[in-house]
Structure formats: structure tokens, C-alpha cells
Design a protein around this ligand. Structure first.
Ligand SMILES: Cc1cc2nc3c(=O)[nH]c(=O)nc-3n(C[C@H](O)[C@H](O)[C@H](O)COP(=O)(O)OP(=O)(O)OC[C@H]3O[C@@H](n4cnc5c(N)ncnc54)[C@H](O)[C@@H]3O)c2cc1C
Length: 497
């Protein structure tokens, strides 16, 4: 293992961790406490990721409520945060906040090189400081909200459920007064309960699936007593605030002049087909849609790591039972390996770190690693049950009209995608992307990628495989970067001094 002082000064470390959410934060802290020098790179200005997104720590006085408002497992985060700052003070962790990794290179026989760019604003650091070299790498880049288009979803006042939650946790701000929360999965409960606690009137929670789907996997649900307790807490809030929870119900349309004013809801059958005559209009100025999450795999896919399709139809990184990926020296943890929640992400991050430590010292995993692996397998069983109980309904594309915008950056509607597949014989999302341009705008398919891939598979009759999803995750430049970052590269792509 390298000398920590030399490593930090030269931006050469034993382990680089990308992402400081539950997984990456746990990985960085545990690796440092077990003797590795670590660089923890995260796009956010402060650690915590999506789950522990919290108010600006420098201005806590200006928030009405404590920084823990709306959070679960906050003491665990406080503990990790304290251990991180101890490791930073001791020179064992270099915490590069507000920086995002746009490329990871692995020159022949040399350490990994991670190129970074500031998240926003000017960066006064020298070009050489925007590269970290590391012998090993943990990818813990998390996920983003999975969205499905529906007529009216581009109106102001319509948000992703995770976005609503992030706004509340980070800023203690809510984006409306009367809300409808719709989609599928237990995350809807968390968002609705958070909104109700913040004083918003939640006029309906529309869950597309039947609760009886959970009954198919009761043993899996009891694997995680913590989650069941969390559910009881939400049930209490729902009863207290009389929040209507409607199963087998979807939002078929958002209506409004200039912004969301109402939604049309409808009952659906088991496949998601609307039952005619069940439509109802509800007034709402905030609509939160949540269809699960999509792992953020740009760096993983560009490194060529093996991927697979998970139970919830997401593309995820394939790992062994010690969090090793298919590329020696690279580990993955958290939502990148499958959506399973924050507790699971912490366990995976810790195990990835311990495996990196064992691999660096060429030793066998110890008892703690074996216990974590068992814990992760149990969490995984729960996640499988959760995904089976909350699938994206098979017939969701019936809710989309030909003129419904699917890609909002490039304003590509559903008819253009159908026409590209059936009229122009484009039979995979890559062809559709370059022909009709969905996923070619600012977000590069992060918002519409899942829907575009699904519609392409449906119109072409192709099976749902990795090939449907990888093209919209493949971005040689992982995040938007500044022209000056490119200008600093020489003809061979090295950073010029
Ligand atoms: C918007 C949103 C809100 C959510 N809110 C909740 C919630 O309230 N409750 C709940 O149970 N679950 C929530 N989730 C699900 C949640 O993501 C997880 O359960 C948990 O946070 C996963 O932990 P993680 O460490 O895998 O990833 P994350 O917490 O997502 O952390 C990943 C980190 O990686 C960073 N990152 C990504 N790419 C790069 C890059 N190229 N360079 C540098 N940094 C990078 C991100 O900035 C982020 O901080 C939310 C998800 C989203 C997308």
C-alpha cells in the first residue's frame, strides 16, 4: 500500500471512490479505517448522496427545521460524517466535493486515471489537480428517477418523486399545495408522507399495482423488519392526514394552462390497461411521478464492466458476492448493482472497501466481510420481492398518445419513435436515437432512456435485453464538461501541464 502523505500530495491513492452517497461514503470511511489512502469524489458539495441529501451545512441557522428533517437512519449518517472528517483531518481521505468524474482511463499497467470537472462555477485548481490516480476503484454513482411519459407530464408542477424528495430534504421547500403522488413502489409512501409532514395536502397516492402482489412473496418482505417498521410509520401518517391510497390506479393525463392544475386518474387491470368509465379528475398543482430508479452507469459502461438486466428491468453492474466487477481492481456498490435502498447500499459499500483492502494485501476475507455478504443476500431477497410487487405495468405505453412528448430535451413525441421503428426499420435504441434524436439533448437520455428503449422494443418486437438499455447509457464523456477541460488535453488525450 502506498504512503498516505505522498499519495495525497500527488493525487495518487490506493483507492478512488466515485459517489459519496450511502454506498460510497461507507466505502471511503471503511477503506481509510482499514489502512488505504482514499480519494472520495462527489458531484455534490457535501456528502450524503440522494438518501441523506440535507441542507447546506454552512448555513443551518437559516433553515426552519433541523437538518435531519425528513430523514431515516440519520444517526448512522452523522456517525459516517464524523468518521469521514476524522479521516480527512488525518490525511487518509481526500474528499473532492463539487467535482464530477467525466472519464476513467486505465492506461496499460498503470493506475486508473479519473478525470474530473467542477459541478458548477469556476474551478481555480491547476489542470493536474483535476486528475486522480488510483490503484483500485469503487463505483458508487447511485441512480436517478425512472420516468414514464404521459400526456401533460412536461407541464411545470410535474416532478419526479425523487426530485420532490430531494427538494424537501435539501432545501426544506415543497413545490405545491395540493399534491398527487403516482407511479409504483414503496417510495411513493415516503414521498407522500414527507409532503404531508411539510403541510401539503396530498389528495391521492396512485399505486399502479395491487397490494396483493406483495402477498406472493411474504417471506421476502419479512427479511427486512426495518422496512416493515418504516411502512407502519407511513401508514400512521396516512391515517392521521386521511391520505387516500388508491391501488391499481394511474394518472392518465396532467391538465393545466401553463402549469399543472389537475390530473385525470383511472383504474387499471393487472396489465395496466385502463378500465373505461373509471376516469376521475382531481385538482392538484404538484404531481410527483415515481416509477423506480435507473442506475447511473455511464462510468461503468464506458469501462466495459459486465452488466445484466435486474428484476425491475434496470441495467445494473454485475458483481460477485464480494462486490468485485468483471474488471480486476474495480468494485461496484449501492444502486449501481441493483436498486435496493440505502441500508443495502451501506452494506455493499462497506463490503466493497473490505474486499479492496483484502485484495490489496492479498489476504482472504475476514468474518466481517462474510457477515456483510450474508446481510446483502438477505437485502437482495427483499429487493426482488419489492420489484416483483411493483413492476412497471406491461401496458403502460397504451397511456401515451401519438403526440405525447417522450424526449423533452429534443421534443420527440411517441409517433416519431413509432415511425422510426416501423417506417424506417430502426430496430434498436441506438438507431432510433440517431434518427429521431430522442436522448440526444442535454440530459443524454437520462430522463427518457428507459421509455425510449421500452417503446423501441415494443414496436420492433425485440426481447428486453442489455442491448436495449446499454446504448442510452453509453456516453464516452460521462457528465457535461467545460470546453476548457477539453482544451487542456494534448493530442493523445493526456492533460497538459
Ligand atoms: C433524486 C432521488 C432522491 C431519492 N430519495 C430517496 C429517499 O428519500 N428515500 C429513499 O429510501 N431512497 C431515496 N432514493 C433512492 C436512493 O438513491 C438510494 O436508496 C440511496 O441513496 C442509494 O445510495 P447510493 O450510494 O447507491 O447512491 P446515491 O445516494 O445516489 O449517491 C451517488 C452519488 O454519486 C454521485 N455521482 C454520480 N455520478 C458521479 C460522477 N460521475 N462523478 C462524481 N460523483 C458522481 C452523486 O452526486 C451522488 O452523490 C432517491 C433517489 C433519487 C434519484
Amino acid at each position: 500500500m502506498s504512503d498516505p502523505t505522498v499519495g495525497v500530495a500527488e493525487r495518487q491513492v490506493d483507492l478512488a471512490v466515485v459517489g459519496a452517497g450511502p454506498a460510497g461514503l461507507s466505502a471511503a470511511v471503511v477503506a481509510a479505517e482499514n489502512g488505504l489512502t482514499v480519494a472520495l469524489v462527489d458531484a455534490s458539495p457535501q456528502a450524503g448522496g440522494q438518501y441523506w441529501r440535507h441542507p447546506d451545512e454552512r448555513h443551518l441557522d437559516s433553515y426552519a427545521r433541523p437538518e435531519s428533517t425528513g430523514h431515516h437512519h440519520w444517526p448512522h449518517f452523522r456517525d459516517l460524517r464524523t468518521r469521514l472528517s476524522r479521516a480527512v483531518d488525518a490525511g487518509r481521505v481526500l474528499h473532492l466535493a463539487g467535482r464530477q468524474v467525466w472519464q476513467v482511463l486505465r492506461p496499460e499497467g498503470a493506475p486508473f486515471a479519473l478525470r474530473m470537472t467542477p459541478t458548477a462555477g469556476r474551478d481555480a485548481s491547476a489542470p493536474a489537480d483535476r486528475v486522480v490516480h488510483a490503484d483500485r476503484l469503487v463505483i458508487a454513482t447511485g441512480a436517478y428517477d425512472r420516468q414514464l411519459p404521459v400526456p401533460g407530464w412536461t407541464l411545470p408542477g410535474v416532478m419526479a418523486a425523487g426530485g420532490v424528495q430531494a427538494l424537501y430534504k435539501a432545501n426544506q421547500v415543497v413545490a405545491g399545495r395540493r399534491a398527487v403522488v403516482a407511479g409504483t413502489g414503496p417510495f411513493l409512501l415516503s414521498v407522500a408522507a414527507g409532503l404531508a409532514d411539510a403541510g401539503v395536502e396530498v389528495v391521492a397516492v396512485c399505486e399502479a399495482n395491487a397490494l396483493s402482489r406483495w402477498a406472493a412473496t411474504p417471506l421476502r418482505a419479512t427479511q427486512e423488519p426495518g422496512k416493515l417498521l418504516e411502512g407502519v410509520g407511513y401508514a400512521r401518517t396516512f391515517l392521521r392526514d386521511r391520505i387516500p391510497y388508491r391501488t391499481r390506479t394511474i394518472v392518465t393525463e396532467v391538465r393545466g394552462r401553463g402549469r399543472a392544475e389537475s390530473v385525470v386518474t383511472a383504474r387499471v387491470d393487472g396489465a395496466g390497461r385502463v378500465r373505461p368509465g373509471t376516469e376521475r379528475e382531481l385538482e392538484a398543482d404538484l404531481v410527483a411521478f415515481g416509477w423506480g430508479f435507473t442506475p447511473q452507469l455511464e462510468l461503468a459502461v464506458n469501462l466495459g464492466l459486465d452488466t445484466r438486466i435486474d428484476v425491475d428491468e434496470s441495467l445494473v453492474v454485475r458483481v460477485d458476492d464480494a462486490q468485485r466487477t468483471s474488471l480486476p481492481g474495480v468494485y461496484a456498490a449501492g444502486e449501481t448493482t441493483g436498486i435496493g435502498g440505502a441500508v443495502q447500499s451501506c452494506a455493499e459499500g462497506e463490503l466493497a472497501a473490505l474486499t479492496a483492502v483484502a485484495d490489496a494485501a492479498a489476504t482472504a476475507p475476514a468474518e466481517r466481510s462474510r457477515r456483510l455478504a450474508r446481510r446483502i443476500r438477505r437485502g437482495r431477497r427483499f429487493a426482488i420481492g419489492m420489484h416483483r410487487a411493483s413492476p412497471v405495468p406491461r401496458a403502460w405505453s397504451d397511456w401515451v398518445r401519438p403526440d405525447t412528448i417522450v424526449c423533452r430535451c429534443e421534443e420527440v413525441d411517441a409517433a416519431a419513435i413509432a415511425e422510426t421503428v416501423t417506417g424506417l426499420d430502426a430496430d434498436d435504441p441506438r438507431d432510433v436515437r440517431v434518427t429521431a434524436r430522442p436522448g440526444m439533448g442535454w440530459c443524454q437520455g437520462r430522463v427518457c432512456g428507459f421509455a425510449v428503449s421500452k417503446l423501441t422494443a415494443e414496436h420492433s418486437g425485440c426481447a428486453w435485453t442489455r442491448e436495449q438499455l446499454e446504448p442510452l447509457q453509453k456516453r464516452p464523456i460521462g457528465v457535461p464538461l467545460r470546453l476548457s477541460d477539453v482544451a487542456e488535453l494534448d493530442i493523445e488525450g493526456r492533460i497538459t501541464p
